[in-house]
Design a binder for this molecule. Structure first.
Ligand SMILES: C[S@@+](CC[C@H](N)C(=O)[O-])C[C@H]1O[C@@H](n2cnc3c(N)ncnc32)[C@H](O)[C@@H]1O
Length: 279
């Protein structure tokens, strides 16, 4: 792991937020004054969900959902771990009056932003803050994701999406979320979720130093990049994850290995999985 990343992860979430705000202050000030930011686009210092251009990345996820998860303008979408609205902003230009969007996240600042900047203009876009512990994102509670019951009706979503969320959740939490997704997704619905997957071939490449990330702390079914901040980045053994998905009444339609392991035909930096309910 790079030194900078290690230092950054070592900071508690509140300090990381301040560090980012300070670092990006000059450019955020300039872009704000020059009117270079759209109304729904957060200042860079507030974007706690990863690198890359906010708008471009949002459109990229939208494109994946259309191509691989059957998204149409009339879809009912659930965005689990919606962050600060990266996908939601892209979807405001795509979903029509029949479509709707629900997003939830454990970081209050992200949800506050989305409610203020998105829901106020797009009432069919609804956001919820759920206070759950995550050692990278939220230390303000002891509530655990493994017990959380999604607050939505059964069989109500056409499309469930988790981009770079299961890469920050421990196995028993992922197990619960898969069960919750199976419950709230319609019978013919699709779930697009990204992971870091380890199989024998990828492991060989990783051990030889031929991957962009290295998950060197190995446990039963999963590996961590950083032992101190476990949820900073988690990779799953592919077979272990397949068993979890099956156990929760779902099946894998396709897997697209990502750029992190230099896989050919990658759709994304992370591995993309399309999951549906068992027939
Ligand atoms: C890398 S960010 C990705 C955000 C968003 N999906 C995107 O692509 O822009 C990971 C997100 O997962 C959220 N998260 C972590 N654990 C969660 C949990 N148990 N339930 C819901 N969200 C969670 C974090 O708060 C953070 O917003």
């Amino acid at each position: 792991m790079g030194l900078l990343r290690e230092v950054y992860y070592a900071l508690p979430p509140s300090l990381r937020f301040v560090a980012r705000r300070v670092y990006y202050f000059p450019v955020d000030l300039y872009e704000g004054i020059a009117g270079k930011r759209g109304e729904m686009i957060p200042p860079r210092g507030m974007i706690f969900i990863g690198a890359g251009d906010f708008r471009t990345q949002g459109l990229h996820i939208l494109d994946l959902l259309k191509r691989y998860a059957g998204l149409t303008p009339g879809s009912r979408v659930l965005d689990v771990g919606c962050g600060i609205g990266r996908l939601a902003v892209a979807l405001t230009g795509y979903l029509d009056d029949k479509g709707s969007y629900e997003g939830f996240d454990i970081v209050r600042k992200g949800i506050d932003w989305c409610e203020k900047k998105i829901s106020s203009n797009y009432p069919r876009f609804r956001f919820k803050h759920i206070d759950l512990k995550n050692d990278l994102y939220n230390l303000s509670t002891e509530e655990e994701a493994k017990h959380f019951v999604f607050p939505y009706a059964e069989n109500s979503f056409d499309c469930v999406v988790l981009t770079s969320v299961f890469t920050h959740m421990m196995p028993e939490d992922v197990d619960n979320y898969l069960g919750q997704i199976a419950s709230v997704m319609k019978k013919e619905g699709k779930c697009l979720a990204t992971f870091f997957l380890i199989n024998p071939e990828i492991k060989e490449r990783m051990v030889a130093g031929n991957t962009q990330f290295n998950f060197k702390h190995t446990f039963e079914g999963y590996s961590l990049m950083d032992k101190k901040v476990k949820e900073a980045n988690i990779a799953f053994d592919e077979e272990y994850l397949q068993a979890l998905i099956r156990k929760n009444g779902m099946q894998i339609d396709s897997v697209h290995y990502g750029r992190w392991s230099y896989s050919p035909d990658a759709l994304d930096f992370q591995d993309v999985m399309i999951i549906s309910k068992k027939e």
